[in-house]
Design a protein around this ligand. Structure first.
Ligand code: NAI
Length: 246
């Protein structure tokens, strides 16, 4: 697949984990990739590593919860690169607690990053894509947004919100040649899931028909499909990648 040559792609939360894998896959196909994350040092490390794949990688420190910061960043990227063809809304956090113990701040910070952050980036970048009359937006949701999970009411609400957001925005942007889809990963091996106890991991494993966890590069393969011409007639969809769990 060579049809991503010279496309300009933005991947949020891409200093590590699934976002980093998606950035790498885009670079392998010749795209110019801008990775967004919170920490300059982590971004620099990832940029240095991925430069070996393709030197068209750039890093930006940006907290996606601030629409002002996102607006400034998008202005600067569009000035430097001329176009923005692909947006991967990947940055996300968890703050797991049973509802009874969940403080309003635990609720708010997860909604702010996962849902409002996705809105902020999509709102600013879709304007540019609308003018271009082309673009691909891929939102990283989660199977928890489909099936719910005890201890993750905040996370499930944010990820379910992303699915509904995806469907609505897909309808708005389809006439402008922009595809908007979501990916709902199951249990993927990253730092986010590393912090779970062995007991919790075993409980998840028991619920996965394929009896194994997924990898970031498997999620990246699906993201690439959704950014390519091969998925031109698909929009508003949420595709689960979960070893059969849902
Ligand atoms: P991770 O924790 O390894 O990486 C997330 C990245 O997002 C980090 O580099 C972090 O610094 C960045 N980030 C957090 N807040 C940010 C903000 N305000 N602005 C900019 N960047 C920010 O997580 P992982 O596992 O790679 O997850 C990526 C996405 O996939 C998340 O949206 C997550 O909810 C989703 N997901 C992950 C699953 C898994 O099993 N690992 C399963 C289902 C969904």
């Amino acid at each position: 697949m060579k049809n991503l040559l010279e496309k300009v792609a933005i991947v949020t939360g891409a200093a590590r984990g699934i976002g980093k894998s998606i950035a790498q896959a885009l670079l392998e196909l010749g795209a110019q990739v801008i990775i967004i994350d919170l920490n300059q040092e982590e971004i620099d490390k990832t940029v240095e590593e991925l430069t070996k794949v393709n030197e068209n990688i750039f890093g930006y420190v940006c907290d996606i919860t601030s629409i002002k910061t996102v607006g400034k960043m998008v202005k600067s990227i569009s000035k430097d690169f001329g176009s923005i063809d692909i947006l991967i809304n990947n940055a996300g956090i968890t703050s797991d607690k049973l509802l009874i113990r969940m403080k309003q701040s635990d609720w708010q910070k997860v909604i702010d990053v996962n849902l409002t952050g996705t809105y902020n980036c999509t709102q600013k970048i879709s304007r540019i894509m609308m003018k271009q009359r082309s673009g691909k937006i891929v939102n990283i949701s989660s199977i928890i947004g489909i099936m719910g999970n005890a201890g993750q009411a905040n996370y499930a609400a944010s990820k379910g919100g992303i699915i509904a957001f995806t469907k609505s925005v897909a309808k708005e942007l389809a006439p402008r040649g922009i595809n908007v889809n979501a990916i709902a990963p199951g249990f993927i091996k990253t730092k986010m899931t590393d912090k779970l106890s062995d007991g919790v991991k075993e409980e998840y494993l028991a619920q996965i028909p394929m009896k194994k966890f997924g990898t970031p590069s498997e999620v990246a393969d699906l993201a690439i499909f959704l950014c390519s011409k091969n998925s031109e007639y698909i929009t508003g969809q949420t595709i689960a990648i979960d070893g059969g769990m849902v």
